[in-house]
Design a protein around this ligand. Structure first.
Ligand SMILES: Nc1ncnc2c1ncn2[C@@H]1O[C@H](COP(=O)(O)OP(=O)(O)OP(=O)(O)O)[C@@H](O)[C@H]1O
Ligand SMILES: [Mg+2]
Length: 453
């Protein structure tokens, strides 16, 4: 990865911590250290570190805020510097204030080195992207492990660990989660951490292609197999040979195609449409769903035997609203990414914008966050993005909202979440919400709720 020459400046008043951090990072980074605020600023001017690990309480005697105080100065020296705050576990509020002031992430003591490494790698990677003005995943064949998957809530760390464990195995993986939670990103991370990483990663969205076409898209067809089959076609299974096939929205697969997929999973063979030969392919399947597949099984829309084959390993992605403070960190990350894409590097969120980001319930998850930030970066004329820039309704602050507005906003969010949960099936969502379909349709009209994407 391109960050192996990055310089990390470690700022901590405790020598033992400086040494511990230096030891654990020096195999991949150039390490500099500083024990005091002044020393840190001098070093920052001298060596221009890409990443700074900054202890919030630099001296046990000085009120415990020196780290926070020098943060803006470090950013003045180099606006692109990525500062990770290291905090005691009682300083959470300070850590969040630091994020608001431009720190990219924070980490609480006691230090778990493997977790911290993930965070440092990511900060260095983001910086390298900014330096190269590159975006993650701009090209389909560039996969970057976890560095572009932001989050250190306990639930996401669990996801990362699971992904790390299963990636090198040949097992089929099912990724579940609401829409916009990062299922495709995780699928790519699994592929990139597997032995197949230099082979093809082929994606097909089972919900986006009509059933009659889907079969030959997946399995290919022989010339003359049906009226329009003028030539032989190689399907995605064969294209993914030795690599990974990502079956997105697997819940949309028809029962007939479920049988063919099951056959592949059992015997590793496929047949082209209209073909007689049995073809052996070596393909790892990763599937994704935003529906509950077990419910689909209960309702006999999904084969139970296939369900069990697919769910050997299940990576379940939590919705953004259940990832604690990840949302602020992801928002800052995306701000960096879209800022540099639009040649605006010094952007930050106003305190009220950050507050809205943290309190909103994100029915469209990270995709929605991303869309709001993209739009704000393009449209805002200022460095400081406001709730208005992020298209939060009644954006001038929660205090000024009327009770009615609050109620309506809550209602609208709640409806949206129910629809997302039910893959936009209005009848099911209405049942969930304990209302009738007609009432729900009226509400959709009232709140102008439309399906994402
Ligand atoms: N943890 C994360 N950190 C940074 N970016 C993320 C994260 N999770 C998702 N994203 C970004 O959010 C967008 C949505 O992610 P992705 O397409 O993987 O979600 P999905 O679950 O497949 O969504 P859908 O159900 O809509 O297909 C992508 O642009 C992705 O790069
Ligand atoms: Mg997707």
């Amino acid at each position: 990865m391109s960050n192996d020459r990055s310089t990390i400046l470690i700022v901590d008043d405790e020598a033992s911590i400086r040494n511990l951090l230096a030891l654990s990072l020096e195999d991949r980074y150039k390490i500099e250290t500083a024990a005091t605020a002044d020393e840190a600023l001098a070093k920052a001017r001298e060596v221009r570190p890409q990443v700074v690990l900054l202890d919030i309480a630099l001296s046990p005697y000085g009120g415990g805020q020196e780290g926070l105080e020098i943060l803006p100065k470090l950013i003045d020296i180099d606006p692109k510097v990525k500062v990770v705050m290291v905090t005691g576990n009682t300083e959470r509020a300070n850590a969040l204030a630091a994020i608001r002031d431009g720190a990219i992430d924070f980490y609480a003591k006691p230090i778990d080195l493997s977790d911290l490494k993930v965070i440092v790698d990511r900060a260095a990677y983001i910086r390298s992207l900014e330096d190269e003005s590159l975006r993650p995943n701009t090209s389909e064949d560039q996969y970057t492990g976890f560095s572009n998957i932001i989050g250190h809530s306990p639930r996401m760390l669990k996801v990362f660990r699971l992904v790390e464990t299963v990636a090198p195995t040949p097992y089929t993986v099912l990724i579940s989660g609401e829409s916009g939670t990062g299922k495709e990103l995780i699928a790519k991370a699994i592929h990139s951490r597997s032995e197949r990483s230099d082979k093809a990663f082929i994606t097909i969205n089972c919900g986006a292609i009509p059933e009659n076409l889907l079969e030959s898209e997946l399995f290919g067809h022989e010339k003359g197999a049906f009226t329009d089959a003028f030539a032989q076609k190689i399907g995605k299974f064969e294209l993914a040979d030795k690599g990974t096939l990502f079956l997105d929205e697997i819940g949309e697969l028809s029962l007939a195609l479920q049988v063919k997929l099951l056959r592949f999973l059992q015997d590793r063979i496929i047949e082209r449409v209209g073909g007689k030969a049995v073809i052996q392919v070596d393909v790892r399947i990763i599937a994704a769903t935003n529906r509950s597949l077990s419910e689909e099984v209960e309702e006999k829309r999904f084969r139970e035997d296939l369900y069990y084959r697919l769910t050997v390993i299940n990576v379940d992605l939590p919705p953004l609203r259940e990832r604690e403070d990840d949302v602020a960190i992801i928002a800052n990350y995306l701000l960096g990414v879209y800022g540099s894409e639009n040649a605006k590097t010094n952007l930050n969120f106003s305190p009220s914008a950050l507050q809205r980001i943290r309190s909103y319930n994100w029915p469209g998850n990270i995709r929605e966050l991303e869309n709001r930030i993209k739009r704000a970066v393009i449209l805002s004329g200022s460095h400081r993005l406001t709730p208005e820039d992020l298209a939060f309704e009644g954006a001038s602050g929660a205090e000024q909202k009327s009770l009615l507005q609050v109620r309506e906003e809550a209602e609208s969010n709640h409806i949206r979440a129910a629809l997302v949960r039910n893959s936009w099936n209005v009848s099911k969502a209405a049942r969930d919400l304990g209302t009738s379909r007609t009432t729900l349709y009226d509400l959709l009209e009232k709140y102008k709720i439309i399906k994402d994407k």
